[in-house]
Design a protein around this ligand. Structure first.
Ligand SMILES: NC(=O)c1ccc[n+]([C@@H]2O[C@H](COP(=O)([O-])OP(=O)(O)OC[C@H]3O[C@@H](n4cnc5c(N)ncnc54)[C@H](OP(=O)(O)O)[C@@H]3O)[C@@H](O)[C@H]2O)c1
Length: 330
């Protein structure tokens, strides 16, 4: 597995990480045993960069990682996130970047993971009213205490990144980026490059769409994130399937699977990009890891762009409710 640096001065990690939201059933049911089998294959493939968050199944994902690494100690670079919580009375999703909440969240994550340090700690969503400079100061205190190796933000704007960076170097920004979600090309990928910040691309497989197995919205169980997502709702969904069928054919012509090609495409956008495809399945993980072996030249990239040009997707990537907290800048 090729390696990439997690931000200037940061650790070297596998170029492809493993998104562990699926361990909490984000896209269908799973079990801790299945998560452990996936983590064992990740280890064998040299994938050592694990992405999780406290809210993934209210600790389910972090605990699955924690029990695995306890039984299989080794070198993993773990990134987790805090800053989202549920209101105790209304159960409404809130963004809370207060020092008190972030400290409680980090301590709980460390306990669930069974570690005393994570390599990277992100604020999952910014709290509108709280200056990002204050949030950076909170995160730097965690770093000074040795609890986190670097700090990051998810779904922020380039302008917010520059404000944060002016206080302290940021190790990574994490945002959705794939062939069908390309907003980061309008400033964020460039800002990360300028500053020496890693850009961690989440949902690089378009939440399952850019793979051999087309998701079936009729079978999404309750709790499947895609149930409320415009791109997976008709008539958008059928249009999207049709467009992506062309990409699947192109992948077959290139001797690759669509998932590997979609991941290789992200890797080809700059050497500071690290895709973190998510899966519950050891078999799918093997397929995804092959993306690191595919090198794409200008002609390949042009052909991919012809088949799936920027803006091809029908429908937004998020519903209005899902969009809350993600900074918009274009
Ligand atoms: N910061 C944020 O706000 C944020 C938001 C979303 C995600 N993330 C992170 O990014 C990670 C990845 O994103 P994601 O999981 O949302 O989306 P994704 O990686 O684009 O897609 C995951 C979906 O693709 C399927 N899949 C994966 N490999 C496959 C293969 N080879 N063949 C067929 N199906 C395949 C998975 O199903 P199977 O399990 O059946 O393989 C799952 O349904 C998450 O795990 C999480 O760590 C962060």
């Amino acid at each position: 597995m090729q390696e990439r640096q997690l931000g200037e001065g940061g650790p070297m990690v596998s170029a492809i990480g493993l998104g562990c939201w699926s361990f909490a059933g984000a896209y269908g049911p799973t079990s801790e045993a299945e998560s452990h089998a996936t983590l064992a294959v990740a280890r064998d493939l040299g994938i050592d960069f694990l992405d999780t968050a406290d809210v993934y199944g209210a600790g389910v994902s972090e605990r699955a990682i924690g029990t695995f690494i306890k039984a299989n100690p080794g070198q993993y670079t773990i990134a987790t996130k805090g800053g989202i919580r549920r209101d105790k009375v209304t159960n409404k999703r809130l963004f809370d970047n207060s020092p008190a909440h972030l400290r409680t969240a980090l301590e709980q994550s460390l306990s669930d993971l069974g570690v005393d340090h994570v390599a990277l700690y992100y604020v999952h969503r910014r709290e509108d009213e709280r200056p990002i400079e204050e949030v950076v100061e909170t995160l730097v205190r965690f770093k000074d205490e040795g609890k986190v190796g670097g700090i990051g933000f998810s779904e922020i704007s380039p302008a917010s990144l520059r404000r944060a960076y002016a206080v302290h170097p940021v190790m990574a920004v994490q945002s959705e980026y794939s062939l069908w979600s390309r907003m980061p090309e309008l400033g964020m990928i460039q800002a990360c490059k300028d500053l020496g910040v890693a850009f961690v691309a989440f949902s690089p497989l378009g939440r399952g769409m850019l793979t051999r197995r087309t998701p079936d919205p009729a079978s999404f169980p309750n709790g499947d994130f895609r149930k409320d997502t415009p791109r997976f709702t008709e008539p958008n969904f059928s249009y999207n399937v049709k467009a992506i069928n062309g990409f699947k054919k192109l992948a077959a012509d290139m001797g690759a699977t669509p998932a590997a090609l979609a991941i290789a495409w992200v890797l080809a956008q700059g050497d500071h990009l690290l895709p973190i495809p998510g899966t519950r399945s050891a078999e799918h993980l093997r397929e995804n890891a092959a993306g690191a072996e595919l090198s794409l030249d200008e002609a390949d990239l042009a052909e991919i762009s012809r088949v799936l040009p920027p803006g091809f997707a029908h429908g937004d990537r998020y519903s209005f409710a899902q969009l809350a907290g993600a900074e918009r800048y274009c």
